[in-house]
Design a protein around this ligand. Structure first.
Ligand code: XMP
Length: 534
């Protein structure tokens, strides 16, 4: 295993992610653990190496140091950014503050033929020096190597951008190998954990399930857990994992607001109640939602109403369940499918040092109101790991790799007032679009268009236009198709779907969904448009 000590950088979890991608088991712990703790941690002989993360602070602002034991165990150590600086300072080198921050892209020259960087380069200079394209973010820098170290890398503005003591196998890099902008970052971290540390690449999702199951059992004991199932990937995987751990001590509440996709509610019930034999309560609240939404046209107001009703319905159900078993300990926990990006966004990373960027709706609020403790078994995982976990838990591939679906559902895909009639038309049009995307294979990649786009859906426009069908004139509604490609959902391009596919979708919708006689394709990118229409 690899120990990552977290000095509070925003990207510490990316180190863990890269190490796990190399199939090596690792854990992130705060940097202020004691030397005694580190020795204890290493006592079983499994610890193969230690990585010291970066920090958002300067060595002069904070006095965080690595516990001395880190350098005494005889295992390889890699310091990244602040981690390198504290390594330098603690081992007798010198770090100097700098008024200018170096931030962003840099080109680093590899030096000294170290085991860490040997034969890893993005390009070579005419003189034959290996060069790395990296991402830097720092103010301070190491200005004097500690005894025993040699220069490993440098840039024009940062003469000591990397250092190595190959006898003790201590390495430091000023740049961030864990971020994808550092092109060879993955290769460098793999080199460190697999070759220098000699860690075995045997960590797989199955092992994680066992650990996670054991952790959930230890945390929950014989108490009961409530989980709000939405049909989305995160809550589904959380439900499957917790169910694996504690079976019937888990009760899922699935609030059907009537704004789900075609057959979605039945599919969720079939999967969880039918196949997994989990205890699931389906609350059909569609009439309540439609009633409260009647006459409301403003998108933000619709979102607020849907959000509020959702919480109300869920709370009422939770109270009922709590009251139903007054004798037993009853429900003590609320489980949520919070994943690591949610944690980072809300500034609630385990590290007490990470700074807040913005708050996120997934975290907080409900557990306190319900007087329940919070159980978040996916807190350390990234989306793709959650998906991998879902598949390993036996959830169907199609469910786990589904496009994201907004909480307010079709409520924000029916422009203006939400009506049952509109929702029914939209559901059928949307299902045809998705079906065609799934069944149309793009020949070069061999993938379906569903997998090639990040999100796709139909939007209902409550305007009527004239058409002709057979001998008759029609006067019906319009739907718009939306398909986008994006990596982060902050920016997105409209997908260049083949005309043949659009043609099939359009003709099927108009022929099969009576009430819609016109289909358009949305060719706006984000920004300035957004992905959803509301
Ligand atoms: P926009 O429309 O802002 O969407 O470009 C970006 C991503 O966020 C999703 N989205 C929402 N998700 N509640 C959610 O849970 C919402 O109110 C909401 N609005 C947008 C959208 O589907 C896309 O993936």
């Amino acid at each position: 295993k690899i120990l990552i000590l977290d000095f509070g950088s925003q990207v510490t979890q990316l180190i863990a992610r890269r190490v796990r991608e190399a199939h090596v088991y690792c854990e992130v712990h705060p940097c202020d653990v004691s030397s005694e703790w580190v020795r204890q941690y290493a006592a079983d002989g499994r610890l193969k190496g230690i990585i010291l993360s970066g920090s958002h602070a300067s060595v002069y602002e904070v006095d965080d140091r690595a516990p001395d034991a880190v350098f005494e165990l005889g295992v390889p150590v890699l310091g990244i950014c602040y981690g390198m600086q504290t390594m330098a300072q603690q081992l007798g080198g010198r770090v100097e503050g700098s008024p200018v921050r170096e931030f962003g892209y840099a080109e680093v020259r590899a030096r000294g033929h170290t085991a860490l960087l040997k034969d890893i380069a993005d390009f070579h200079t005419p003189e034959g020096h290996g060069m790395l394209k990296v991402w830097m973010s720092h103010g301070d820098k190491v200005v004097e190597l500690p005894p025993g170290f040699k220069l490993m890398a440098s840039t024009d503005s940062c003469p000591i951008a990397g250092m190595a003591d190959e006898t003790r196998r201590f390495y430091g890099v000023q740049f961030h190998p864990e971020v994808t902008h550092t092109v060879q970052g993955r290769a460098i971290l793999e080199r460190f954990v697999l070759e220098i540390c000699g860690a075995r690449p045997d960590w797989i999702m199955r092992d994680h399930i066992e650990e996670a199951v054991a952790a959930i059992r230890a945390q929950v004991g014989d108490e009961e857990v409530l989980l709000g199932l939405s049909g989305g990937v995160d809550s589904s995987v959380a439900a499957a994992l917790i169910h694996r751990a504690i079976g019937d001590q888990l009760t899922c509440v699935f609030v059907d607001h009537g704004l789900l996709r075609l057959h979605e509610g039945d599919m969720v019930m079939d999967m969880f109640a039918g196949k997994l034999h989990a205890r699931v309560i389906r609350v059909d609240a569609s009439e309540l939602f439609l009633r409260e939404l009647a006459g409301v046209t403003d998108p933000e107001q619709k979102r607020k109403i849907i959000g509020r009703l959702f919480v109300d319905v869920f709370k009422a159900e939770a109270e009922k369940l709590k009251a139903a078993r007054p004798g037993s300990k009853g429900i003590q926990w609320l489980a949520q499918g919070t994943i690591y990006p949610d944690v980072i966004e809300s500034g609630g990373a385990k590290s007490k040092k990470a700074v807040t960027i913005k708050s996120h709706h997934n975290v907080g609020g409900l557990p306190e109101q319900l007087g329940l403790k919070l159980l978040e078994p996916l807190r350390d995982l990234f989306k793709d790991e959650v998906r991998e976990l879902g598949v390993a838990l036996g959830l169907p591939h199609d469910m786990v790799y589904r496009h994201p679906f907004p909480g307010p559902g079709l409520g924000v895909r029916i422009l203006g007032e939400v009506k049952k009639e509109y929702a029914d038309l939209l559901r059928r049009a949307d299902a045809i679009f998705i079906e065609e995307l799934r069944s149309t294979i793009e020949p070069n990649s061999g993938k379906s268009w569903y997998d090639l786009v990040s999100q796709a859906f139909a939007v209902f426009l409550p305007v009527k236009s004239v058409g002709v069908m057979g001998d008759g004139r029609t006067y019906d509604y319009v739907v718009a198709l939306r398909a986008v490609q994006t990596s982060d959902f902050m920016t997105a391009d409209w997908a260049e779907l083949p005309y043949g596919l659009l043609k099939r979708v359009s003709s099927r919708i108009i022929n099969e969904v009576r009430g819609i006689n016109r289909v358009t394709y949305d060719v706006s990118s984000k920004p300035p448009a957004t992905i959803e229409w509301e």
